[in-house]
Design a binder for this molecule. Structure first.
Ligand code: FAD
Length: 294
């Protein structure tokens, strides 16, 4: 099928994109990598009056590190998170998660902002943003807002973006250099959206106990899930296998997704603690390496 007719705009600045977004309001959609939007357009699942193509806006394609924050422009391609040396050195969870997004072909078009704005609950980058306590910067006609990732995702394919707003950047606080990370997901085939997955960042104290833990989960609810109950059960504890397994079980009440053609709720309730346990165990092992300098 072909998309219904629409006005095509290709602004060269964020201000111009925001002005167009303000002019068309809900009738306009931003076109970034097109890896989700174009199939939806062709299937007429969305019928925008206007498409605002942001691919010419250089300001959206920057990656900058300043004052302990890694700022990634919304137009940065997903594959760049895998390849960029600064990203890999400062926030190694990002390249690991980004490498699980779709296929290398889609990652060369798909953008970081597009994945976040699309807000698929099984997507890797929204889950990683929640686990890393990222802040999303949006710009509208009344200026810019900074939203915590947890507040940005409102529901399945639903975000806190207002009709006149464009997502311009995501700011990742750089974890401590001694922190370890882990990312685990289960999908039917490589490149498919995951049935369930988890991202974990863990820091250990001098005695090898868990000093800090942050855990996100994907594919188990209508939004990415911040696993606060799991984190609370980990912090202060020695990271023994049974401690991690017991803490991981606390994700189960957060598994609220409906049965779908890929998995039942019961199966996801079985899978969620498994992926959380594995991601936390991987983060602990990595943190030990970072502390021992191995
Ligand atoms: P687009 O498709 O251009 O836009 C997506 C939505 O976000 C649209 O509603 C658009 O209006 C909005 N939008 C985009 N940028 C902005 C912005 N800056 N401000 C405001 N709104 C914006 N994704 C995964 O996470 N995991 C997977 O395993 C996965 N597998 C895939 C497999 C295939 C074969 C394909 C084709 C896609 C897959 N995807 C997967 C989706 C892919 O990662 C998309 O790139 C991503 O979901 C959307 O990013 P995009 O840049 O392509 O955005």
């Amino acid at each position: 099928m072909k998309p219904p007719p629409f006005t095509y705009c290709d602004p060269e600045s964020v201000d111009e994109a925001v002005a167009l977004k303000s002019e068309f309001g809900v009738g306009a959609l931003v076109l970034a990598g097109g890896q989700s939007l174009l199939p939806m357009l062709s299937m007429r699942l969305v019928r925008p009056r206007a498409l605002i193509d942001i691919n010419k806006i250089g300001d959206l394609q920057r990656i900058e590190h300043r004052d302990g924050v890694l700022e990634v422009g919304a137009g940065v391609r997903q594959y760049e998170l895998e390849d960029h040396t600064t990203v890999g050195a400062l926030v190694p969870l990002l390249p690991e998660a980004a490498g699980c997004v779709g296929h290398i072909e889609t990652r060369h078009r798909g953008t970081v902002g597009g994945s976040l704005a699309h807000a698929d609950p099984a997507a890797e980058l929204p889950c990683t943003a929640v686990a890393l306590h990222a802040v999303l910067v949006v710009q509208g006609r009344s200026g810019t807002r900074a939203l915590a990732a947890q507040d940005f995702f409102r529901g399945r394919l639903t975000t806190a973006l207002e009709p006149d707003e464009v997502l311009v950047a995501v700011r990742y606080p750089v974890p401590p250099p001694t922190a370890g990370h882990g990312f685990v997901e289960v999908a039917r085939r490589a490149g498919d959206l995951a049935l369930a997955g988890a991202a974990a960042v863990v820091d250990l104290d001098g005695d090898g106990r868990i000093a800090a833990a942050s855990v996100g989960a994907l594919g188990i609810a209508d939004t990415p899930v911040r696993a606060a109950e799991v984190e609370n059960a980990l912090i202060g504890e020695a990271p023994a296998e049974e401690t991690i397994a017991r803490a991981a079980q606390r994700i189960v009440p957060s598994v609220t997704s409906q049965d779908d053609l890929h998995a039942t709720l019961a199966y996801r309730r079985h899978l969620a603690p498994v992926v959380v346990r594995r991601a936390v165990a991987a983060a602990v092992a990595h943190a030990r390496e970072m502390r021992n300098g191995t």
